[in-house]
Every structure is written in structure tokens, then in C-alpha cells.
Design a protein around this ligand. Structure first.
Ligand code: GAF
Length: 389
């Protein structure tokens, strides 16, 4: 699948610029097994890069102009690489403008270049196509101009570019996009950025994503609001319990004791965060032990928390999770990513995948009149140079 994408991108590059690209970069989207809305709360998350990617092709063009073509969008733009970049109405270009600004702000200088890219990461599905875009673009410029930016800084600068576009996100998406490893999930400590790889062995179960095919417009504002509510919550907790430095030091009792000084929403958000941080550690231990049933149970709990306490689900996602929960072949399911649409991640007994896919597609279409999209995901490598064989 990715070979087709790579050929399409490099052929298009050749047709457009009349030469072969000097650097070709593959940058993946991500899944998250568990630990949602936890990265910006200094907790632990358990994501992985996937085999859905954006392919970029680059060359220098001996000018001070960047010419960038988005093949799938049939769109392009040109900028002077020395200019300060401003936000535009064209969102996809803003991510790349944000990266160019980051380079400038951090003292890296680039010259003119040509770039084309194409993707098979579904957009708006919670698979972090934007992190793949920022990190792949930055990785490519790092290679093209030999900037010597460390991998972790590619993730951090990508995150800053995303903030500039408008989502005050945590580090999970960019981190997993650049640090992913085939068949490994990454347990990231989002406070220290320490991380460890764990074997992604789900034994008798397959990881399947069901894409609700909806994207509610609330996403950006609600996401930023959740982050703000958590900041308010942890400030209250810290001022009452000086020994606590972040949510990971709290237990439910701490939050409960402060219910009377928190707004109802802030209280619910804090409760979710404290429980979710604990679930990530339990889930990772369960995965290591091959206890996939426990992992699945924790995923269902996460969904309920995201739906009822964090309030980032929607009717379509709740339906997808609650429907599969009725079937004993599905041992875990939850909304994945920021919420308000996008995918659910599911653990389905091997051999039962096709039956579940068909049944759920029919029920979902009947209920919402929307076609369910389905992705069988493989866990892949992080952003890398593509070397033709
Ligand atoms: C989005 C954000 F970009 C991540 O940083 C993370 O907070 C996620 O939502 C929720 O876990 O993907």
C-alpha cells in the first residue's frame, strides 16, 4: 500500500519539477492504546506509530522560495523561506508555515526548496495526520539542509507548530510519529519525555479501528477548554496539597475532598485524569503479561470516563462502543484521540473480525445514515528517510 503512495509522490515530483527528489521522507500517523487527554496533564500515554503515512519528496531549488504541492488536495503554495509566516485560510498550509516559523525562531536557516507530498492517513479521524505533516516536513528539511535537529526537538517543534495553528495539544502525537517502532507501543512519560518500548503483542486479538466518519466542529475549542479546566483543577489541588506536583501524585480522594471548591466540570475533568493515569500503568502491565482481557476492560472504562466525565464523546462514538460491547468477541473498545468524532479503537477476537465489521457497519448505517470506515492497523516505524531498493 505504501509503495503505491511512494511511487505516486516521487512520480508527481518528477512530472512537476523535472528531476528526482533528493530526499524522500515517510511520516506516520498514530494510534493510542490508552491514556487519552493525559499528555498535556503530565501523565503517561501508550501510543504507537502506524503504517498509514504521508510521503514527502524534497529537493533544493537554488532560490529563497519554497514551492509546496499537496497532491491529494490538488493545491499548492509558495512562500519566501526568510519571511515571517502568517496564518491563512488554508489550514493545511498553516501547519507547514508554522514549521517554517519554528525553524526561524530556533535559529535554523533554510534556502529555497521544492516539496510535494501525498497521504493515506485519513484526515479528521483522530489518527494525527497533522502531526505526521508537521514532523515529516520538518524531518525532511532537517535532512535536506543538514540542520542537525535532534529527533525529540522535531517532535517539540512540531507540537509548537500545532499550537500556532490553534490546538493547544500535548506531545503524544508528534512524539509517536517520530519515535515509533514496528510492533512496539511507546509508554511515554509526558512530564519528563522519558519513554520505553513495549512489545505490541495482543495475542488472540486484532486491533481494528472503526471510523465514525464524523468530525464535530467543537473539537478545537472544546479541546482547548478541557486543557484549561485541567490547569484550573491542578492549580486548586496543588494549593491545597503542597506535596502534589502534578496529577500523577493524586488519588481520587484528593479530588473528592476538593469537590466543594471546584466547578462541577473541573471536578469531573480532574477525576477522569487521575483515574486515566492509573489505567495507563495497569494497561501497560497487562499488555506485558499478555493479559489482553484486562487491557480491554480498561479500554472500556476509559471510554466511559471520556464520555461521562471528560465529555469529549458524541452519539456516534458512544453507539460504536456500546454496540460492540454487547458482543463477547470484542473485549475492549473506546474512542481514540481528541474526541468529538474520528475513530474507536477495538480489540476483536481473531476470526471474528469480518462478522463484527459487517454487523456494525449495517447497524451504524441504519442508525445514523453514515457509512462506517474500517482500518486494520499495523504498528509501524516513526518518521524516516525512504531509501529506494
Ligand atoms: C489530540 C492531541 F493532539 C494530543 O496531544 C492528545 O491530547 C490527544 O488529542 C488526546 O489524548 O490528538
Amino acid at each position: 500500500m505504501n509503495d503505491i503512495l511512494i511511487h505516486k509522490t516521487t512520480d508527481f515530483f518528477h512530472q512537476t519539477f523535472g528531476s528526482e527528489p533528493s530526499k524522500t521522507v515517510l511520516s506516520p500517523g498514530r494510534i493510542n492504546i490508552i491514556g487519552e487527554h493525559i499528555d498535556y496533564n503530565d501523565g503517561f500515554v501508550l501510543p504507537a506509530a502506524i503504517d498509514k503515512i504521508i510521503c514527502f519528496a524534497f529537493e533544493k531549488n537554488n532560490s529563497d522560495t519554497a514551492k509546496i504541492v499537496a497532491i491529494d488536495l490538488n493545491d499548492e503554495f509558495e512562500v519566501c523561506v526568510n519571511d515571517d509566516q502568517k496564518q491563512t485560510d488554508s489550514v493545511w498550509t498553516n501547519y507547514l508555515r508554522g514549521v517554517l516559523n519554528q525553524l526561524k525562531m530556533n535559529g535554523y536557516s533554510v534556502e529555497g526548496f521544492n516539496c510535494v507530498f501525498s497521504s493515506n492517513i485519513p484526515v479528521g479521524s483522530g489518527l494525527s495526520s497533522s502531526a505526521a505533516l508537521e514532523c515529516g516536513f520538518l524531518f525532511g528539511l532537517n535532512e535536506l539542509f543538514d540542520l542537525k535537529i535532534r529527533t525529540i526537538d522535531i517532535a517539540l517543534m512540531g507540537q509548537k507548530a500545532e499550537h500556532w495553528v490553534g490546538i493547544n495539544c500535548g506531545i503524544m502525537d508528534q512524539f509517536s510519529s517520530v519515535m515509533g517502532l514496528e510492533n512496539k507501543v511507546i509508554k511515554i512519560d509526558c512530564r519528563t519525555l522519558e519513554f520505553e518500548y513495549h512489545e505490541a503483542n495482543f495475542n488472540d486479538y486484532s486491533l481494528i479501528l472503526f471510523d465514525s466518519n464524523v468530525k464535530h466542529s467543537l473539537m478545537t475549542s472544546a479541546y482547548n477548554e478541557r486543557r484549561q479546566q485541567c490547569e484550573e483543577g491542578i492549580a486548586i489541588i496543588k494549593s491545597n496539597f503542597p506535596e502534589i506536583t502534578s496529577f500523577r501524585d493524586c488519588n481520587e480522594q484528593h479530588v473528592l475532598e476538593l469537590q466543594h471548591v471546584m466547578s462541577a466540570n473541573v471536578y469531573k475533568r480532574c477525576l477522569f485524569v487521575v483515574k486515566e493515569i492509573k489505567r495507563v500503568t495497569q494497561a501497560c502491565d497487562a499488555l506485558d503479561k499478555g493479559d489482553i482481557e484486562t487491557l480491554g476492560k480498561l479500554m472500556f472504562e476509559t471510554h466511559e470516563g471520556l464520555s461521562l466525565d471528560y465529555e469529549v464523546s458524541c452519539a456516534e462514538l458512544d453507539f460504536l462502543v456500546h454496540t460492540v460491547k454487547e458482543d463477547k468477541s470484542v473485549i475492549g473498545s473506546r474512542l481514540m484521540g481528541g474526541g468529538f468524532g474520528g475513530c474507536t479503537i477495538n480489540l476483536i477476537k481473531k476470526g471474528q473480525e469480518e462478522r463484527i465489521k459487517q454487523q456494525l457497519s449495517t447497524l451504524y448505517l441504519d442508525k445514523f445514515g453514515i457509512e462506517l470506515k474500517i482500518y486494520d492497523v499495523k504498528i509501524g516505524n516513526g518518521t524516516s528517510l525512504y531509501i529506494a531498493k
